[in-house]
Write a protein that binds this ligand. Structure first.
Ligand code: ADP
Length: 479
């Protein structure tokens, strides 16, 4: 007997979306010139029109940020700066439902995740950094720390509000002002955040938000009035940015792609590990740079494990992101859906075996079923390239050393997972794995106090914790 879930839709009534938006510069909303639509990827409904930032918009934003830095923010005590950050955090909590609904409409992620993960964590980042603002001399980073000045920040579409918080909160706490560009498909929560800055009476120009696409991002990266660049996005664009700033004095942090191995040893508690693998790859439709996209499974438990994994995958509810019971929402854009399709077709062609549970996908919008590939070898594209979707590639191993070798056989090094009952094995494996974040018997756990970032092509520098503060202070290199 199967039990069906009754629909449990979240109401849209908490949000009001303007038909058209401009930029937020110098504490005010200013009209843009060119606009492009932003859509709900679950329905293809046009939600609003977003301005595409031009050179004069970026110039105006940098000028406003410099003025605020020189005239106000750099002169203010850490204690005063902290008050603004606390105020922003509290307003985000008060308006949490509005943020969650707007994020889900614009991004396609399940409301359960935007409500329980993205928005509370974004507020937590402001609370955490508010606490540091007047204690920077106790962060172990020297007694007379200095901010860079104006930070240019470019963020992706997978956690729009949360990535904004990761960028803006440490920048402001350390005394920088910012020009931030959200991703072109997910600008709405950044524009709502601009309203929060107004409500918190943040001095004009401390936070400036210029919307737009990659061309606007490039204008920020190359602007001579910017002292520091912080970027989260693809490794491809990260490399372009690294080249662009190489001959300048700009400081840079890059948080790029990943292809994390989630290693399951044969002594792991199987049911917990299955749950961890599910969370590792299907959380946020797999649009997660640290997603556990390679399951590295000990061969002697592979059959039993995969059988249980498939049973669990059969229970994943795919569909309306606004339904509180939904586990897997929409793919963020048609472009991303095409990338996922291309890589999975390459997986078929290279001889891996594809499996997905039977699930009816909505007829409108962008959807991809939860999918696993077995029989994957290290040479396959689906083992090497970031798919950034709900697709798990399964590799097997016989000895612990083979697991480590396979896990490290990637140009990336962002995260990894270890599932084992043995503490000594966890310690051993975590020392061998070349990844910035390693979870043991859990996965995808985030906290503002713990530094996050990668090795190799996964990026430069860390975000979060004391390490993340150093990225916004003069005198610390990115590595
Ligand atoms: P994804 O593959 O996740 O879409 P991208 O790296 O393309 O990631 O995008 C991440 C962010 O970088 C977005 O805000 C995007 O507009 C911006 N961006 C894209 N191209 C450039 C560029 N050449 N310079 C600066 N920013 C860019």
């Amino acid at each position: 007997m199967t039990f069906e879930y009754a629909p449990a839709p979240e109401s849209r009534s908490s949000v009001s979306i303007s038909p058209k938006y401009g930029h937020f510069i110098g504490g005010k909303f200013v009209a843009g010139t060119k606009h492009f639509p932003t859509i709900n990827p679950a329905t293809e409904e046009v939600l609003s029109k977003i301005a595409c930032g031009t050179k004069s918009d970026v110039d105006a934003a940098v000028k406003a940020a410099r003025k605020a830095y020189v005239g106000t923010w750099s002169k203010m005590s850490g204690k005063e700066r902290g008050k603004y950050l606390f105020r922003i955090a509290r307003i985000m909590q008060e308006r949490a439902r509005e943020f969650a609904v707007l994020e889900t409409l614009d991004n396609g992620k399940p409301i359960r995740e935007s409500r329980d993960v993205d928005v509370p964590l974004a507020a937590a980042h402001f609370f955490y950094h508010a606490g540091w603002a007047d204690k920077l001399e106790y962060a172990g980073l020297g007694t007379s720390t200095k901010p860079h000045g104006v930070a240019g920040q470019i963020i992706p579409w997978n956690f729009p509000l949360l990535m904004l918080a990761w960028k803006v909160a440490p920048a402001l706490a350390t005394g920088n002002t910012v020009v931030l560009k959200p991703a072109e498909t997910t600008s709405l929560t950044a524009l709502l955040f601009a309203q929060v800055c107004q409500e918190a009476e943040l001095p004009a120009g401390v936070v400036n938000i210029v919307t737009g696409d990659g061309s606007t991002g490039a204008l920020i990266v190359n602007h001579p009035g910017i002292d520091k660049i912080a970027f989260t996005g693809s490794t491809e664009v990260g490399k372009i940015i690294a080249r662009a700033v190489a001959s300048t004095k700009k400081s840079v942090t890059l948080e790029l792609g990943g292809k994390a191995a989630n290693i399951v040893f044969d002594d792991a508690p199987i049911d917990e590990a299955v749950e961890g693998i599910i969370n590792g790859i299907f959380f946020n439709q797999g649009h997660v740079c640290c997603a556990g996209s390679r399951l590295v499974l000990q061969e002697n438990i592979a059959d039993e494990f995969l059988e249980k994994l498939k049973i669990r995958m059969n229970k994943i509810r795919v569909g309306d992101p606004m339904d509180k019971n939904t586990d897997l929402g929409a793919i963020n854009s048609q472009e991303q859906l095409l990338k996922i399709r291309e890589l999975t077709i390459a997986g078929d062609k290279e001889g891996a075996q594809r499996w997905s549970p039977e699930c009816a996908l909505p007829s409108k919008g962008f959807w991809f079923p939860p999918t696993i590939f077995t029989g994957v070898t290290q040479g396959h594209r689906i083992a090497r390239e970031e798919i950034f979707g709900p697709v798990l590639s399964v590799l097997t191993f016989r000895t612990p050393q083979e697991a480590i070798d396979k896990a490290n056989n990637t140009p990336f090094g962002l995260s990894a997972g270890i599932w084992s009952e043995k503490g000594s094995r966890i310690f051993w494996a975590s020392q061998q794995l070349r990844a910035g974040v390693i979870w043991a018997n859990t996965f995808n756990k985030f906290d503002p106090t713990s530094p996050f970032g990668g090795y190799k092509e996964s990026g430069w520098g860390r975000e979060g914790g004391r390490h993340g503060l150093s990225a916004y202070l003069k005198g610390f290199s990115h590595e």
